[in-house]
Design a protein around this ligand. Structure first.
Ligand SMILES: [Zn+2]
Length: 307
């Protein structure tokens, strides 16, 4: 067991941590940097240690934000659909004409899939140029400025979704706070994140596709979600493993060829689909409900960003 220096936990601010994986390569985009991950002694969160100052360079040529071809969109809907918030199933239990915010909406696929479902949709993307482009294509408001988003929608949103977003953020407390501010009382916060406690992560280790070093900053597990929920005024209503075949298929490509290769990934995709259906564990989905008012939360917390 090796203690790591230069650590500051993004969940609890503890400075004590134990190294989990060091010298992790970028097997996906082949960036030259290496990063390390450590588990916080205070709260158990696994995160990068230290967190690099400039993250923008890791997202050059990041394909997640590019518009996809229709065969890819069809495949994604079939293969990954179960990870995404199921509006058809759940929104009627909330109400018709609900306001749904997809925070970190990527290429806009989820918003686009949910057009014409009697929902009011809005998106958020941190890159202003990308947000404007998405907004023009989808004809849906896509914000790039959190203050503008709060100005227009604070306390008005029924559902906030974050699909594969939290693991990219350097400040998860801030994320929980802004979502709390945006939601109505009893509003739903749904998110899906990679599960570093999964059998996939244990089998593939540093070559696990969902590690996605250096872009994935932290891997909150159930105890972290519980602590963050209590701190920011949410109840954890439900959580489940989310089926995601990419983990196995892409990790096998890395193990066999030393990097992610799309054709090898496609070759192993049927195996990934089968295993992820039989033993879903590579990702976890959480369903939170806003309960406590933020004012009370602010008073008992050392955190707070918009006071
Ligand atoms: Zn911690």
């Amino acid at each position: 067991m090796q203690m790591t220096s230069d650590f500051s936990c993004i969940q609890c601010t503890s400075s004590a941590a134990v190294t989990v994986w060091s010298d992790c390569k970028d097997y996906y985009l082949q960036k030259s940097c290496r990063v390390s991950y450590a588990r916080c002694v205070g709260c158990g969160l696994i995160q990068q240690a230290p967190i690099p100052k400039d993250l923008a360079i890791f997202y050059d040529a990041y394909p997640i934000h590019k518009k996809k071809s229709w065969p890819y969109r069809l495949m994604r809907s079939w293969v990954m659909g179960s990870c995404y918030f199921n509006t058809r199933r759940h929104i009627t239990s909330i109400k018709e004409s609900a306001l749904l915010l997809d925070f970190g909406c990527g290429d806009g696929w989820f918003l686009d899939e949910n057009q014409a479902k009697n929902l009011n949709l809005i998106g958020f993307e941190a890159n202003p140029g990308h947000a404007t482009q998405l907004s023009n294509v989808l004809k849906i408001p896509v914000y790039a400025d959190e203050r503008a988003l709060l100005r227009d929608h604070e306390g008005r949103v029924d559902v906030v979704t974050m699909h594969f977003v939290l693991e990219h953020l350097t400040d998860i407390n801030h994320a929980f706070e802004i979502v709390h501010r945006l939601l109505k009382p009893d509003g739903i916060f749904y998110f899906v994140i990679p599960n570093i406690g999964s059998w996939e992560a244990r089998v593939f280790g540093k070559k696990w596709h969902n590690l996605d070093a250096p872009r994935h900053i932290s891997f909150p597990e159930a105890p972290s979600i519980k602590q963050l929920s209590e701190r920011w005024g949410f109840d954890v209503v439900n959580s489940k493993s989310a089926s995601f075949p990419n983990g196995v298929a892409a990790s096998l490509s890395v193990v066999l060829t030393g990097r992610f290769r799309f054709l090898i990934y496609l070759l192993f995709l049927p195996v990934g689909i089968l295993l992820s259906r039989l033993f879903p564990s590579g990702n976890a989905a959480y369903w939170l409900r806003k309960t406590a008012p933020l004012k009370a939360v602010d008073q008992k917390s050392q955190f707070g960003y918009f006071q």
